[in-house]
Design a binder for this molecule. Sequence first.
Ligand code: ADP
Ligand code: MG
Ligand code: ZN
Length: 616
Amino acid sequence: MSERPKDQAPRFNPLILFLFIIGVFFMADWFQFRRNLQPITYSEFLADVNQGKISEVTVGSSQIMGMWKTPTKGQPPDFITPKVDDPNLVQKLTAANVKFSGAIEPSFWNSLLGWLALFFIFSLIWSVLLRGRGEGLRPGGGILSMSRSKAKVHVQTELKTRFDDVAGVDEAKEELQEVVSFLKNPTKYSKLGGRMPKGIVLLGPPGTGKTLLARAVAGEAGVPFFSINGSEFVELFVGLGATRVRDLFREARAKTPCILFIDELDALGKARGISLITGSGNDEKEQTLNQLLAEMDGFDASEGIVILAATNRPEVLDPALLRAGRFDRQILVDKPDKLGREKILKIHLKGIKLAPDVNIGSIASITVGFSGADLANLCNESALIATRRDAEAVTNMDFTQAVERVVGGLERKTRLITSDEKKRVAYHEMGHATVSFALGLGEIVHKVSIIPRGIGALGYTMRRPIEDRFLLTRRELEAKMAIALAGRASEAVFFDDISTGAGDDLDKATDIARAMVTQFGMGPKLGLAVFEREGSFNLLGQPPTRTLDYSEATAETIDSSVQELLNQGYRRARDVVVLYRDLIEEAVKILLIEESMDEKKLKDLWERHAPIRLVA
Ligand code: ADP
Ligand code: MG
Ligand code: ZN
């Protein structure tokens, strides 16, 4: 969402260029041919010879070219005709008094020589271009230096970004505070025996403020900020990236103390084996990486350069990068918790006029899992929505709408769904909501809606945790499973047929059940053994679960345990739905008119029906 598209340098291939040029030659040849020669048949040719219309001809091995005495208007003065085995041709030509000669055909060796010469010329031109590019860092160097702006070294002095502009990442800020004080006074710092790490890498999901933090460090310390982006190193010519890295360090050395920031380090420092899989020639990256390693080894931190890097894919980094003396300190920049989200929202709401009904705390609580960039986007989006309806200030409603938008694509009221479908969706979603009320430990139903959003989702039930959770108990997992299955259960109770609408829910429930059995030792039969492990993303970017070896019999037991958990969950959901039948009917009536119900309305409804409380 926040990531801008990585623009990569177009990849030229010398061979393709070469073939292209040859192609152009052929085309030119062909046009020449079409323009100047009128193809005629051999009999036409003989007729013209006999009538004395032809002034001269050249007889080749397979064709005859010639010239008319008086060309027909609008047609070329020359003609061409295929040669026919005609032993009397010379006689006929002499008789008609036509000048004629044989053509000197290029021999095989002749033409081969021609091709070789051509090839040689092109390679020469190519190597000149290449050399030019490599030296393209100097102004005016190189013929192709116009595409030089890739992988540029950006230098900024007096950055305005401060730590106050970054929120929700207090630990990272604390660690980076040390870097700031080092950069403010490197000599004093080392006199006291402090040793600054050369390289620090910021790890964390996209949009959590890594780039922002790096800039804030430079801003706080008041030092120049040199930055390059790893993804810009996907360069055309081998050797250029390495030159850039050398350049970067040279420039930085001239301006110490300073920060040297390498964004998206993973694009550059991917473990080297990977090139085998992606199949792309990665000489360039490897050279660049090696140059980076060499430069990092070649300077002393006391010089006053701190290298910061950022990545959201630490698992693909080349281990050589993380070795001592290189990027040996890693700082985690994680997604913000509720309080962090509140602070980030406050930062981004500074310039926005809010209506009195806006409660930042409750916005923070429904945006679990949002990154800083998502929240910035949310603030912007809500301001846009308010502007669109010509409002004086941004209201709570604008925010709720913006959250929906950020979470799941644009609201599409225009999508046509039949009223039958709508009814089914209403019952389905109320199933989720009701079971969530009845069993949802630590969760509040925030909103139920049957307004279709984006592709696929016809309705949704938004729940919010009362607080951020990091551990889940077995009972909570079982409740989650039942809530997920409640949509299907409700359909089954209220309709005589079920629909495909529960597909995603089943997927989710199965995931939970499977994790309970294979990862958390909560299955009914298999005890504490672990059969699947969270692993890192593999080289092909496939999901990070690793299946351990187990026997055929165990596989069967896993399957049947998962089934059993799912069945239990479904039965529970169904019982609740049957028990709260009236509540659901009432809510569906409202939903079909108003299309959505908010937290307050749902709670009212629940409280009126709750007396038939479940004995859990
Ligand atoms: P990353 O580099 O981690 O992908 P960025 O630093 O580029 O993320 O963040 C993009 C934008 O999102 C920032 O410019 C800022 O507006 C907002 N943002 C992200 N994280 C935070 C945060 N922790 N505090 C305040 N704003 C943030
Ligand atoms: Mg970034
Ligand atoms: Zn559902």
